[in-house]
Design a protein around this ligand. Structure first.
Ligand SMILES: Nc1ncnc2c1ncn2[C@@H]1O[C@H](COP(=O)(O)OP(=O)(O)OP(=O)(O)O)[C@@H](O)[C@H]1O
Length: 215
């Protein structure tokens, strides 16, 4: 495996959902995973931070099999933002602090929190209640929460699906710029052709990849 390899997946099978002969994902890149609804994209992403385990086959993170990496340790380095991110009852600030609480880190100062929500184009105050946010605002709050975390990889499952196209592209642009400053890699599921065209440095079409394999 070469030095730039982040994830390597070999002969992975899971139920009748995934049969993936080989995938290599490079470090430091924005990798977009595409494929029609039900192709198994979310299932694959969940395997990359051990929310799910394959029936057979192997997944390596930087040369080490996931079987040999503790789940909690892995999830500090490989953060997942799910398709329907959890927003906790309370203020925007409390929600942003939740990321630090869960990883047992000290929270950053308010100015950094404000910058994060501003970069994600969430025009709210830190003390605003998060209970009334729209679907798109919830996505942006969740993106700001993970953006504040120190990590090596962001796994993003349709992170901007509820946003209009212009906002989607601006938010992703800002997110990717910040992630690159931290030298973090991004693996993102998206149905947006525009997002893939603009930001995809590597593209995995899950349906095409599994076209000629038997389940
Ligand atoms: N734990 C599970 N057990 C059985 N079937 C499952 C499980 N999780 C997902 N599935 C099924 O596996 C298929 C792939 O689901 P998955 O969520 O990975 O697809 P996806 O490509 O992310 O789809 P979408 O673009 O609609 O989000 C679907 O048919 C789904 O119903």
């Amino acid at each position: 495996m070469n030095r730039l390899s982040l994830f390597a997946i070999r002969n992975l099978r899971y139920k009748d959902i995934l049969n993936v002969p080989y995938i290599e994902i490079k470090a430091g890149k924005v990798t977009c995973i595409m494929g029609e609804s039900g192709a198994g994209k979310s299932t694959l992403l969940k395997m990359m931070n051990k929310m799910l385990s394959p029936d057979t086959g192997e997944i390596y993170y930087k040369d080490t099999s996931l079987e040999d990496i503790d789940s909690i340790q892995l999830r500090r380095k490989v953060i997942m933002l799910s398709q329907t991110p959890l927003i906790f009852p309370g203020t925007i600030k409390e929600n942003l602090h939740m990321g630090f609480k869960l990883t047992k880190k000290d929270p950053v100062e308010d100015m950094a929190l404000e910058q994060a929500i501003h970069k994600m184009q969430l025009e709210k105050e830190l003390n605003d209640d998060s209970g009334n946010l729209s679907g798109g605002e919830r996505q942006r709050l969740a993106l700001a929460r993970v953006l504040l975390m120190e990590t090596e990889v962001y796994l993003l499952d349709e992170p901007t699906s509820a946003l209009d196209e212009e906002t989607e592209l601006n938010v992703l642009d800002n997110f990717i710029t910040e992630a690159k400053k931290k030298q973090a890699s991004i693996i993102m599921i998206t149905h947006s052709k525009k997002a893939i065209d603009h930001f995809g440095e590597e593209i995995i079409d899950l349906l095409e990849l599994q076209e000629n394999v038997k389940f």
